[in-house]
Design a protein around this ligand. Structure first.
Ligand code: ADP
Ligand code: ZN
Length: 529
């Protein structure tokens, strides 16, 4: 038996170099590959770019039969199959975008043993016909890619993934390897439970990406800030800019082009051809910027992306980590840069309020957002906070913005009281909604038309906030929202008190706030050779 194991190790190295052209496995890859070849189940937690694909591709080539890969990324299947074919690997896929005769061809290849890898959309597995097909052929292993999609309360739930527990019931002897880059403790437990992977060996890679510099700055004129950032630190570099809406994707791409930075848009509203062309240009050309909604980037493999910029707040730390993780896969210094402001909080809360699903679901979205806000508002090292979220501990990195220019924490209790009592007084006005701007005007004692119209210059709080500037007050509001000491409702961003704000107003609860430092951050990279 031992010599069989040795044989398999040798074969996996041979496949690695002959088929994929690599000299050695990385990190846990060798151990994972060995374990799966020997028939063991595995749960692999590895950050984006860590090299998850080889963990199932190599065993699929070494073990007899076809490696069946379940993946939700239907749009990428053709690309994946093409890339494998170029390496001489026999691969096919089955999903709903195919014509029936294409599907029949792939099914015939599978049955004839003419495939090494078969990519399957999860909804195909729910069909008894697919199960019968698999019964009639020989399956080498099941790889469950993006396994976090089984987590009902995660950030990327796919109902079809729940059906994947049948794999183990129906084919108990076929090894399964579940892979994901999302690995909070909770998600991990959910994957193990729902996919019945209690007996699987776990491989947890480090989530630290030491070559990425994390920075989050106050948003005031996002497009200008982006332009300055690129010009100062990443002129001529390839990068990805994420925006929330298709509209802002288009506008930002146009703005960059007008200012001499080559950029293409990418979002779900573009036709397939344009999307494919823009994606191909990004992969092939040097120094192109792609401006995209979050739909862009899953499975994109471009090693020299030098920066990822967020003009809007991601919905979760998982999302932020995955998106920023597309920078610097080649290990060279790269920047994860984001601008963030009061409106991001308002907008995200509004999205949650109007989201489908029950109260529990909204609560979950809220928790995701809260963790993201905590990362934005932290006075500690961003990297430490990010890694702590994924259950990893570490020392301050010395490279992120909060390490380089530590923000000051200050006692914001009095400021919070002033602001909250203003909200309390405005609550009595019926049928009227007053947003953040109006509140700040009252605190600063500005007699503008709306203030005069509602006699707000006669409130006792009028002008009590002249010790802070306009932007500082907006920072206070943003942070109170982030800390749950203030709530926001409806389309107009009406601010209301929460139970916790009562504690600040009446029970002496203290409030710690962060003061934005003047930033003079040195570029992440050394000068170009
Ligand atoms: P993930 O799926 O974890 O995001 P991939 O499997 O796409 O990562 O791999 C990321 C990149 O690293 C790819 O370009 C891949 O070819 C490369 N890679 C993976 N393993 C190795 C290895 N052992 N040696 C060299 N390059 C590797
Ligand atoms: Zn740091």
């Amino acid at each position: 038996a031992e010599s069989a194991a040795v044989q398999e190790v040798l074969r996996s190295r041979e496949v690695l170099s002959r088929v994929f052209g690599y000299d050695s496995f990385r990190g846990d890859q060798a151990e994972i590959v060995e374990h799966v070849i020997a028939g063991g189940d595995a749960l692999v937690l590895m950050p984006t770019g860590g090299g998850k694909s080889l963990c199932y591709q190599v065993p699929a080539l070494v073990r007899p039969g076809v490696g069946v890969v379940v993946s939700p990324l239907i749009a990428l299947m053709q690309d994946q199959v093409d890339a494998l074919s170029a390496l001489g690997v026999r691969a096919g896929f089955l999903n709903s975008t195919q014509f029936p005769d294409e599907r029949r061809t792939v099914e015939a290849q599978f049955l004839a043993g003419e495939l090494d890898l078969l990519y399957l959309a999860p909804e195909r597995l729910r069909l008894e016909s697919t199960a019968q097909l698999l019964d009639r052929g020989k399956v080498a292993l099941f790889a469950i890619d993006e396994a976090h999609c089984v987590s009902q309360w995660g950030h990327d739930f796919r109902p079809d993934y729940l059906g994947l527990s049948m794999l183990h019931e129906r084919w108990p002897d076929v090894p399964r390897i579940a892979l994901t880059a999302t690995a909070t403790e909770k998600t991990r437990d959910e994957i193990i439970e729902r996919l019945d992977l209690g007996g699987a060996r776990r491989f947890v890679a480090s989530f630290d990406r030491p070559n990425i510099q994390y920075r989050i700055e106050p948003k005031n004129r996002p497009e200008r800030q982006l332009l300055e950032f690129i010009r100062a630190e990443h002129a001529g570099d390839a990068g990805i800019v994420y925006c929330l809406s298709r509209n802002s994707v288009e506008k930002t791409a146009a703005f960059l082009n007008e200012n001499g930075i080559g950029a293409v848009p990418y979002h779900a509203g573009l036709d397939n051809r344009t999307r494919a062309v823009n994606q191909a240009r990004f992969l092939r050309e040097d120094g192109l910027v792609v401006v995209a909604t979050i739909a862009f980037g899953m499975g994109i493999d471009k090693p020299d992306v030098r920066f990822v910029a967020h003009l809007d707040l991601p919905k979760s730390v998982e999302g932020y980590y995955q998106e920023t993780g597309r920078a610097g896969r080649d290990g060279q210094p790269s920047t994860a840069w984001m601008v963030y402001g009061l409106n991001d909080v308002v907008q995200q809360r509004r999205l949650i309020d109007s989201s489908e699903g029950d109260a529990a679901h909204r609560r979950q979205l809220q928790l995701h957002l809260d963790a993201m806000l905590a990362l934005c508002e932290t006075v500690a090292c961003r990297r430490t906070q990010l890694l702590a979220y994924f259950g990893q501990s570490g020392q301050p990195c010395g490279n992120c913005d909060t390490c380089l220019t530590p923000p000051e924490a200050w006692d914001g209790t009095v400021a919070a009281q002033k602001l909250l009592s203003t909200v309390l007084r405005l609550k009595r006005e019926r049928g009227q909604s007053f947003g953040a701007g109006h509140l700040v005007d009252i605190l600063l004692g500005k007699k503008n038309p709306k203030v005069l119209q509602y006699d707000h210059h006669e409130l006792t709080v009028f002008g009590i906030g002249t010790d802070l500037r306009d932007t500082e007050w907006r920072g206070v509001i943003r942070q109170l929202l982030a800390q749950g000491l203030l709530a926001v409702h409806g389309d107009y961003g009406v601010l209301t008190l929460t139970e916790a704000s009562q504690e600040v107003l009446f029970d002496g609860r203290q409030v710690r706030l962060r003061r934005e430092p003047e930033r003079v951050v040195k570029p992440a990279r050394s000068a170009k050779p």
